[in-house]
Design a binder for this molecule. Sequence first.
Ligand code: ADP
Ligand code: MG
Length: 392
Amino acid sequence: MLFGKKPGYDPDYDLKIDDALARNDYPGDKLDAARAAAHTSLCAQMCTAEVWDKYKDVVSSGPAKWTLARAINTGVMYPDSFVGCHAGDKESYDDFADFFHPVIEDYHSGFSMKEGSDLQGTPSERIDPARITVDLSTSAEDKIVSTRIRLARNLSMFPLNPGGSRESREEVAALMAQVYARIPKTSDLAGELFLHTTMSEEKRQSLIDDHFLFRGKDRMQAASGYHEHWPHGRGVYLNDAQTFINWVNEGDHLRIISMQKGGDVKAVFARLSAGAKLIEEQVRDITGQDDVFMMHDKFGAVTCCPSNIGTGMRGSVHILVPKLIKAIGFDQIDKLCRERNCQARGSTGEHSEVIDRIDVSNWRRIGLPEYELVEDMISCANFLAAEEDRLV
Ligand code: ADP
Ligand code: MG
């Protein structure tokens, strides 16, 4: 494990562990400061001295051999984190239960780790676009630049990336290359996998500018270990129409993304559903392993960040509400979104500034079927569009 700066250290990508954590000491000062901040991360709230003492010498029972020190590094280094902790393998969530379970229950309020989620219907019913009963208003549709729905998924044969190695990342990418090679050329999902190790810098930047690719260079993600061994094993799959996109090893092994211009939410959801099914079937066929996606008995899909567990789904619209931004500002818009089980992000994704559009997406990820989360997003977009229309 890399515990600090080495020759050739790249601050944008390499992992730097907080000094106290590197010694496996309780970072009390930093956590106290984080607790005193206006916004307190879930990491700072839940990692009390008692919890630290209980787990400081525990190593997860999964392949990552994860520790509490590694799990909380982001929250300790960055008091402005919202969540601030990450899992290195599926087992981390239960091996550090007194830490992770309260984080999960707080983030996904209303969800209980004791009871688990009691989702009605089969996974394919839950992702059935025909079940969406709320429609976008005409006003919202006029203001929507694009729609994107993604699923975060990890493959059960590998550790989660924060706890992975260069080899595990490369194996994930190699397996996915096999999957994509099997997609029939006649399918509308057919396309090409671009790997970061061979992609030109211009190509990478143009994909980022078009919102098709992750940026990297995120200080919080670097502190979690997401960026380690960059650029090895990283890539993006794009179908020819650039409407079905997979991120490989950004943080989670897979981000399965369906997106297009405009506000046809149901078409986006239907493509996502078909793509996820295809990947699952092909990985099963290639590996011979029945459990393809990493699933937890209680909460469903396992992801590196506790915010994404459950459905792993974030449905978003990019919406233009310039008058509202001017009148009340981004933070107030975010607050209104949160009152509607949604959140606002900047124009180029999480932790970004508002340039013109706002990204509005479902906040809840767990205990509800995917189609209901899409309905949350539609209702919130309708609300913001109506607020914009009221302003002169
Ligand atoms: P995620 O939750 O998938 O990690 P991020 O906030 O990190 O999302 O954003 C990832 C990328 O997806 C960014 O480039 C962002 O601008 C883009 N994006 C998100 N929602 C939309 C949308 N509705 N239309 C177009 N691009 C989008
Ligand atoms: Mg992201």
